[in-house]
Design a protein around this ligand. Structure first.
Ligand SMILES: *Cc1c(COP(=O)(O)O)cnc(C)c1O
Length: 463
């Protein structure tokens, strides 16, 4: 074994060898040295564990392919592009919404150059960063006033902490949702200083339940969109218009956490309320995400009556939750596209993917399958199958969108090993393992990504 240890090349020799590799030229020397040491340490562990028993396996030329891959992986960016073949459009773990080209250009402009972020070009004096989107949001939603914060969780927290701290907020038991990533309505409410007053039963809540819960310390009525689950069977929730009447009678604000917040009617999601409908039906304050089915950057949007929004804007917590200029740039560009819904359905990727017609997906799956059959000959079998895609992002769990998948069945590898190997390709490819196959949904892949998908699969199947 000590002979084996001695066969390992010395760090300096490895560094001299790597200096010949132009693709590693940009790696800072200290980082390179640490990575080489880490790689050699892994080989020592292999020797200890008996995984390496022959000295020739430790020769420089034998180690080199793994070593360069290890260094490239360790020195490259940690935050990387991934190919999403899952068919989940708003995939929280894979970055939620992709931005429209216009939004990407706006972000680049805002980052490269100085801007009128908080500068009023009409007066030459200090301006408000929210002015760039407030008029657009008023126009799109019909609300009197608008504010944008870091995400929808922040929007809910800020709204409750401003309007209802120390007071009771009446909410239906059926709407005490957990969104994931530890966002739970009861916990957020507690943090805001509001006191949760839950009414009704899990499956049924009536107007009278809300009415009975009111007292001199009631601060608001609240509704929460049950984004990621559905109660079926013997159920009832109270309509917004009914709650409006109750709120008026008692002079209380009516708050709606809409979650996804669609501004445009999407095929397949016809039953979902649009933000402008909720505003019209009488919600005083509506909160929603910028990067779910709005298709913009991560943001939390608050719209509603000016008397409440003015108070929310003045809350010092607002400063801690404010959005940066990149978000503003992307959001303004996305909202501008939404002014023309037909154009938005073509240019905003999230909207385009959700609205993809079945026939388009079918022909894309057919083309992808043909490409894969040619590229993976002798390595895998390829077929197509009808299935469903998901909107995702905790949005609309019951809404399945029909699609056609390309299925890859490896000939010399288990499907599970293929799935794992695809996490290490460049770029990594994430899909679904179902039906004893690795499945690719064309809904979340652009056709220009198909060659990358083929290359990743080929690399993973050949290893
Ligand atoms: C997604 C969601 C949230 C959290 O929104 P983020 O933008 O992820 O912070 C809050 N409430 C509901 C109902 C949601 O669906």
């Amino acid at each position: 074994m000590s002979e084996l240890y001695r066969s390992l090349p010395a760090v300096d020799r490895v560094l001299a060898e790597l200096a010949e590799h132009p693709e590693l030229a940009g790696v800072p020397r200290s980082l390179l040295k640490d990575l080489v040491n880490a790689f050699l340490e892994l080989r020592r562990a292999d020797i200890r564990a008996g995984r390496i028993a022959a000295p020739e396996d430790l020769a420089m030329e034998r180690l080199l392919p793994d070593l360069t891959a290890f260094v490239r992986a360790g020195a490259g960016p940690h935050f990387r592009r991934v190919l999403n073949a899952t068919g989940v459009v708003v995939h929280t773990n894979l970055g939620r919404s992709l931005l429209a080209d216009e939004a990407v250009r706006a972000v680049e402009d805002a980052c490269r150059n100085y801007s009128n972020l908080e500068f009023d070009l009409a007066t030459g004096k200090r301006g408000s960063r929210y002015s760039h989107v407030e008029e657009l949001l008023r126009r799109l939603t019909g609300a009197e006033s608008a504010l944008v914060v870091n995400n929808n969780a922040a929007a809910v927290l800020l709204t409750l902490s401003t309007l209802t701290a120390g007071k009771e907020v009446v909410i239906s038991r059926g709407q005490l949702v957990e969104i994931g990533g530890s966002f739970r309505i009861p916990d957020v409410m507690a943090r805001s200083g509001a006191v949760l007053r839950e009414v009704g039963a899990t499956n049924r809540t009536h107007l009278a339940d809300y009415e009975r819960a009111l007292n001199e310390n009631t601060g608001a009525l609240m509704r929460v969109h049950t984004s990621n689950f559905r109660v079926v069977g013997f159920t009832k929730e109270v309509a917004l218009t009914e709650l409006r009447g109750l709120a008026d009678k008692h002079g209380l604000p009516l708050i709606e956490d809409l979650g996804s917040g669609a501004l445009i009617r999407l095929p397949g999601l016809e039953g979902e309320p649009l933000v402008q409908e909720v505003v019209r039906e009488g919600a005083d304050v509506v909160t929603f995400s910028g990067d779910k089915v709005l298709g913009g950057p991560q943001a939390g949007i608050i719209v509603g009556r000016a008397e409440y929004l003015d108070r929310i804007k003045k809350n010092p917590m607002n400063r801690a939750l404010r959005i940066d200029k990149m978000t503003l740039a992307a959001l303004e560009a996305t909202l501008r596209l939404c002014l023309d819904p037909e154009r938005a359905l073509e240019t905003v990727p999230t909207l385009r993917m959700i609205a993809s017609p079945f026939e388009t997906l079918k022909s894309q799956a057919g083309r992808l399958a043909r490409l894969l059959r040619a590229e993976l000959r002798g390595l895998a079998e390829v077929a197509t199958r009808r299935d469903m895609s998901r909107v995702g992002g905790g949005a609309f769990p019951e809404k399945d969108l029909p699609t056609v998948l390309a299925e890859v069945r490896p000939l010399h590898l288990s499907v599970e090993s293929l799935r794992e190997a695809l996490l290490r390709t460049d770029p990594p490819l994430v899909g679904r393992v179902e039906n004893d196959a690795f499945c690719l949904d064309p809904r979340t892949l652009r056709p220009d990504e198909h060659p990358l998908v083929a290359r990743a699969l080929r690399a993973a199947l050949q290893q």
